[in-house]
Design a protein around this ligand. Structure first.
Ligand code: FE2
Length: 414
C-alpha cells in the first residue's frame, strides 16, 4: 500500500464518498511523484501581532511555553522575532507590524469579520515546512495547480526571501511555506537586519527567570498540535488541501455531537511523535449556522468562524507526565501561571483513567490565540477524550459570546 495510506484509521465521524475517493487518489499521487519524500516536518510557525505588542507576546510565550528568544530580524515595516526550543521542534516567528496604517492581504483577511477586525494585524499566518529540493517541490505543486506568491511579492510582504510561500488557503486562510534545509543545517531566515534587541532580551530573561522560580521550566514540552477552525462546509476540503501541501496523513475524525462539531486530525508521515512535528487538527461545525434555528443545535465552532474568520484557534503545548508537590504536572503548571494573572477558560478537565487531561487558557490579548495544555498519562497516545473536547469547545464558545456582545454594542454605539 502507498506509504501515506498505510496508517490505521481512528474516529467515528463518517466522511463523504468524495472525501474517501480523493483522499486515496491524492495521497497515492503525492507518494508516487515524490512529494511525500521531499516534504518533511513543520519547521516554524508564523504569527503576526499589532504594533507595540510583540515584546509582550514574546514574554507571554516565554513564560507559558519552552520557547527562547533568539534574534530579531528588522525590515522596513516589520520586526520579526525568532523564537526557538531547539532544532527538534518548530521555531515560532513573531512578526510585529510597525505602522498601524499598513495594509495588505493578511490584514484584509481579518477585516471582513466582526471580531477579527478589532485586531486587524493579529493573525496566525501558517507553517513553514522543511523540504529537500525546494525547486522540485515548487515545480510539482505548481503542476498540481497550487499557487505561490512571487519572489517580488514575498519581498514586499517582508517574508524571508529563502521561503517559497503559498497563497492563503480559501478554506483556512492560512499559508504554507517551504524552507530548504538538511536536518543538520541551521535554520536561517533571509530577512532584514539581524540583531539581539535589548528590550526583547530583557523581557525574555525576566519571563524565563519567573518560569524557573515557579519551577515550571522543566515541565512544559514542545507543541503537540495546532487546531484550525473552518466553516462546516469546508471540513473535508480543508483537510484534503492541507494533506496536498504537506506530507501529513489523515488520522481520523471524531464527532462531538454535544457541540454539533467534529475534530479532525492529521499527522506527519515521517514523525510519529507530535513534539517533533505537531499534529494539525481541523474543527468544523456539523451543520451550517442557518439551520441552527430549525434544529436547535449549539454552534460554538461555526460562531467562532463567523466572528473571526477561518483561522488557527489554539496552539496545544504538552506537559510532561508526572507529579510536582503532590499535584499532577498540568495542575501544577496551570496554578502557577494562573497565580501570575493569566486566565484560563475552565478548570483542568479529563482524568488519568481517560488517559489525558487538558485545559484552555483565555485568548492572548496580543495574538487572539489560546494556549492548550495537554498531559498524557503513561503510554496513552490517543488524541483526546470526547467529553474533554465537548467541554473545551463549550468553554471557548462562552468567552467568544462575551466578545461578540462587546463587538456588537460598540458597533451600535459607534
Ligand atoms: Fe486541542
Amino acid at each position: 500500500m502507498s506509504q501515506s495510506l498505510n496508517f490505521p484509521r481512528h474516529g467515528d465521524k463518517r466522511n463523504s464518498d468524495f472525501f474517501e475517493t480523493f483522499l486515496k487518489r491524492l495521497l497515492e499521487e503525492r507518494d508516487r511523484v515524490g512529494l511525500t519524500k521531499l516534504i518533511h516536518e513543520i519547521d516554524a510557525l508564523m504569527i503576526t501581532v499589532e504594533p507595540g505588542h510583540s515584546i509582550d507576546y514574546v514574554a507571554e510565550l516565554c513564560l507559558m511555553t519552552p520557547y527562547h528568544y533568539m534574534v530579531t530580524l528588522e525590515s522596513e515595516s516589520h520586526l520579526t522575532h525568532v523564537m526557538r526550543i531547539d532544532l527538534n521542534s518548530p521555531d515560532i516567528l513573531v512578526r510585529e507590524v510597525k505602522d498601524p496604517n499598513i495594509r495588505g492581504i493578511f490584514r484584509s483577511l481579518n477585516e471582513v469579520y466582526p471580531i477579527g477586525s478589532y485586531k486587524p494585524n493579529s493573525r496566525y499566518m501558517g507553517e513553514v515546512l522543511r523540504v529537500t529540493d525546494l525547486h522540485s517541490v515548487v515545480r510539482l505543486q505548481r503542476e498540481r495547480e497550487f499557487r505561490f506568491f512571487s519572489q517580488d511579492e514575498i519581498r514586499r510582504l517582508e517574508l524571508p526571501g529563502n521561503l517559497a510561500v503559498s497563497k492563503p488557503s480559501p478554506y483556512t486562510h492560512n499559508i504554507v511555506a517551504y524552507l530548504e534545509r538538511e536536518p543538520d543545517e541551521l535554520r536561517v531566515y533571509a530577512l532584514g537586519l539581524s540583531t539581539i534587541r535589548g528590550d526583547v532580551q530583557e523581557a525574555y530573561l525576566a519571563a524565563k527567570e519567573l518560569q524557573k522560580r515557579l519551577r515550571i521550566d522543566d515541565l512544559i514540552l514542545p507543541i503537540d498540535h495546532l487546531a484550525t477552525r473552518v466553516y462546516s462546509q469546508n471540513r473535508e476540503v480543508a483537510i484534503l488541501e492541507y494533506l496536498s501541501w504537506s506530507s501529513y496523513y489523515y488520522w481520523g475524525s471524531y464527532d462531538i455531537k454535544d457541540q454539533n462539531s467534529s475534530t479532525n486530525v492529521t499527522k506527519s508521515v515521517h514523525h510519529s511523535r507530535e513534539l517533533r512535528s505537531p499534529a494539525k487538527v481541523f474543527t468544523a461545525n456539523n451543520t451550517p449556522y442557518f439551520v441552527n434555528h430549525l434544529e436547535k443545535l449549539p454552534s460554538p465552532t461555526e460562531t467562532f468562524v463567523r466572528n473571526y474568520g477561518p483561522r488557527l484557534h489554539h496552539i496545544a503545548v504538552a506537559v510532561c507526565d508526572g507529579e510536582t508537590d503532590g499535584q499532577e504536572n498540568i495542575e501544577y503548571v496551570v496554578n502557577a501561571i494562573r497565580d501570575q494573572g493569566k486566565d484560563f477558560l475552565l478548570d483542568v478537565i479529563g482524568s488519568k483513567q481517560q488517559g489525558l487531561k487538558q485545559i484552555f487558557s483565555s485568548a492572548s490579548e496580543h495574538s487572539s490565540l489560546i494556549i492548550e495544555y495537554v498531559q498524557r498519562f503513561g503510554d496513552f497516545d490517543g488524541f483526546f477524550a470526547k467529553d474533554n473536547v465537548a467541554e473545551l469547545t463549550r468553554a471557548a464558545g462562552v468567552e467568544e459570546e462575551l466578545l461578540e456582545m462587546e463587538a456588537q454594542s460598540s458597533s451600535i454605539a459607534g
